[in-house]
Design a protein around this ligand. Structure first.
Ligand code: NAD
Ligand code: UFG
Length: 337
């Protein structure tokens, strides 16, 4: 079975390609490299000792997408390609709508043309906005609080509408909580070019002394120690969920929605302290004002994924912190030599 992975050289996409290949799937990647590097294709091959077909280009480019479907008999698609920086989406909403929604429309038009109607989509816990209670279940009310979140909600709606119009579609909407960590090989991981927005990549850059100090955004939240609580999930666990979702969409029809998290919430301070302890490294920090739009706490009820996909996260927070740092050190050594 051949799976097209859009955004396959990105953070979650690359780990998913590894898991797909190791589960016996063939993989075709399309990525325009706007937030990743081509060398990732070689690292995926190095880890798995399997071959991968790579197309450098934009999912919004219909001719390219038609060429890919013509040259490969694609059985299903995992659609990761998208822009993901919340702050940037507020500054450049049209860029986000064009890229994140335009890519889905073009992709689905071409899938229809080639009668490939099986898709797994990368959604986000951001679609729950400020949850009224915890843990979050898939049927909670949905709300977008920024253009990025709105692209996720619209894309979910588009894929749902496709199924309503044509019951041959099979759609899995995966709502990720907070992916961190890296492949244990240290070959692939998260590597933002700019100053990171997210907690773990920021901690890593402070630990490696590329940044001076971690700013903790507020210690007056209604949480165990006052700092924000999130459901951090190891990216390898998350990647394995995609293989289960692909197994499922290949054999069913309809739309299914899954929360992908561990079900446990950790505070910013707990993450910092664990990171320091397991990696034996200092992470200086200071408490600063809250970041606009942040919520107190967010963690998943992932029971449905366990029941339907027979998937559950297995990796603990210590391993997530270790693997994040291990990747950063290896990456730094490789690129500085
Ligand atoms: P990433 O930026 O590492 O990967 C996305 C990949 O898509 C990149 O390699 C980028 O070059 C590519 N891309 C973007 N637009 C494209 C286009 N039009 N055509 C071709 N390639 C394109 O991000 P990630 O963390 O791996 O996230 C993958 C998906 O998961 C995204 O849709 C993101 O919104 C979603 N998501 C991520 C998180 C998170 O915290 N990382 C949380 C929830 C949801
Ligand atoms: N935080 C800091 N300092 C930083 C960065 C983050 O204190 O430098 C705090 C935040 O205030 C928050 C926690 O660390 O309490 C986690 O923040 P992240 O930015 O890592 O993650 P978010 O939960 O804010 O958002 C992420 C993605 C969103 C996605 C959401 C749910 O950035 O796109 O998870 O999946 F929608």
């Amino acid at each position: 079975m051949k799976i097209l992975v859009t955004g396959g050289t990105g953070y979650i996409g690359s780990h998913t390609c590894v898991e797909l290949l190791e589960s016996g799937y063939e993989v075709v990647i399309v990525d325009n490299l706007c937030n990743s590097k081509e060398e990732v294709v070689d690292f995926i091959k190095e880890i798995t000792h399997k071959d991968v077909t790579f197309y450098k280009g934009d999912v919004c480019d219909k001719k390219l997408m038609q060429k890919i479907f013509k040259e490969n008999k694609i059985d299903a698609v995992i659609h990761f390609a998208g822009l993901k920086a919340v702050g940037e989406s507020v500054e450049m909403p049209l860029y986000y709508y064009r890229n994140n929604i335009g890519s889905t429309i073009t992709l689905c038009e071409v899938m229809n043309e080639y009668n490939c109607k099986k898709i797994v989509f990368s959604s986000s816990a951001t679609v729950y906005g400020s949850p009224h209670k915890l843990p979050i279940k898939e049927d909670f009310p949905l709300e977008a609080t920024n253009p990025y979140g709105r692209t996720k909600l619209y894309n979910e709606g588009i894929l749902n509408d496709l199924y309503v119009a044509d019951n041959n579609w099979s759609v899995a909407l995966l709502r990720y909580f907070n992916p961190i960590g890296a492949h244990p090989s240290g070959l692939i991981g998260e590597n933002p070019n700019d100053i990171p927005n997210n907690l773990m990549p920021y901690i890593v850059k402070v630990a490696t002394k590329e940044l001076e100090i971690l700013n903790i955004f507020g210690n007056d939240y209604n949480t165990k120690d006052g700092t924000g609580v999130r459901d951090y999930i190891h990216v390898v666990d998350l990647a394995k969920a995609h293989v289960k979702a692909i197994d499922e969409v290949l054999k069913t029809k309809g739309v299914d929605i899954y929360n992908l998290g561990t079900g446990h919430g950790y505070s910013v301070l707990e993450i910092v302290e664990t990171f320091k302890k397991v990696n034996k490294v200092d992470v200086p920090y200071q408490i600063v004002a809250r970041r606009a739009g942040d919520i107190d706490a967010c963690y998943a009820d992932a029971t449905y994924a366990k029941e339907k996909l027979h998937w559950e996260a297995t990796k603990e927070i210590e391993e997530m912190c270790q693997d994040s740092y291990n990747f950063a050190i290896k990456y730094k050594n490789k690129h500085n030599n």
